[in-house]
Design a protein around this ligand. Structure first.
Ligand SMILES: NC(=O)CC[C@H](N)C(=O)O
Length: 225
């Protein structure tokens, strides 16, 4: 069955091509590229990805200006209809700035850009993005960011943990994130934001393939194995 995915490109995105290639390699189907200034998305999308990068040069706050792009109205409407939306790194920042996910991404506690492989623990292995992993599984995925320090108030953090909305945690503290949170789901489970880059870990030449199961999970959930 067809898997219709789209990747949004903002001015300053730099992982949009990698994300499209990952979706195409894992699904075997073409991925549509959508410009931020478009008001409409292609009809009948199964999956929308907001990529990493430095949209609008990270001015104001990372993801803040991109979240006001014309296309984001269509992305928000699609998410509200239940279409899966994945935001990676700058894409995660756009999701929190859009209100599609709770919390905010603050400057790393070290005040340094962190660019390295990190070990994550899979906290929720039942979502459409994570069903290909085991709960508690440790996976290695690269990070590259300066504003990855996840913040939310204590009540929100308790709710996220209680409702299984924490998808991934860092095994060690790399950026000061509250409760070591690396990836968050919305309450409905169709929106995932994460700072690590699964699209940079889908084939052996990347140095690891632990990101592949995320795309496989979503494709399997949406169109079958
Ligand atoms: N790789 C990325 O998407 C980086 C996001 C953002 N520019 C930051 O540094 O936090």
């Amino acid at each position: 069955m067809a898997f219709r995915s789209a990747v949004i490109t903002f001015p300053g995105s730099n992982c949009d091509r990698d994300m499209a290639v990952a979706l195409e390699k894992v699904s075997g189907q073409p991925c549509t590229r959508v410009w931020h200034g478009d008001s409409d998305l292609p009809e009948g999308l199964d999956f929308i990805a907001l990529p990493g990068g430095f949209s609008y040069g990270d001015y104001l706050r990372c993801g803040a200006i991109a979240s006001r792009s014309p296309v984001m109205q269509a992305v928000i409407a699609a998410a509200e209809r239940g279409v899966p939306v994945l935001g990676v790194c700058n894409g995660f920042q756009v999701l929190t700035e859009s209100g599609l996910l709770p919390g905010a991404l603050l400057r790393n506690a070290t005040i340094r850009f962190v660019c390295r492989d990190v070990t994550l623990t899979v906290e929720n292995a039942t979502s459409l993005f994570t069903s290909g992993y085991e709960a508690g599984q440790e996976i290695t995925i690269p990070v590259a960011h300066h504003d990855g320090n996840y913040f939310a108030d204590a009540a929100t953090l308790d709710r996220l943990e209680g409702e299984g909305q924490v998808a991934f945690r860092y095994k060690e503290d790399i950026n000061g994130s509250a409760r070591s949170i690396a990836g968050v789901l919305n309450a409905r489970g169709n929106v995932l934001g994460m700072m690590p880059h699964p699209e940079r870990a889908i084939e052996a030449t990347h140095g690891g393939t632990d990101g592949r199961a995320l795309f496989e999970s979503a494709i399997k959930a949406l169109v079958g194995a």
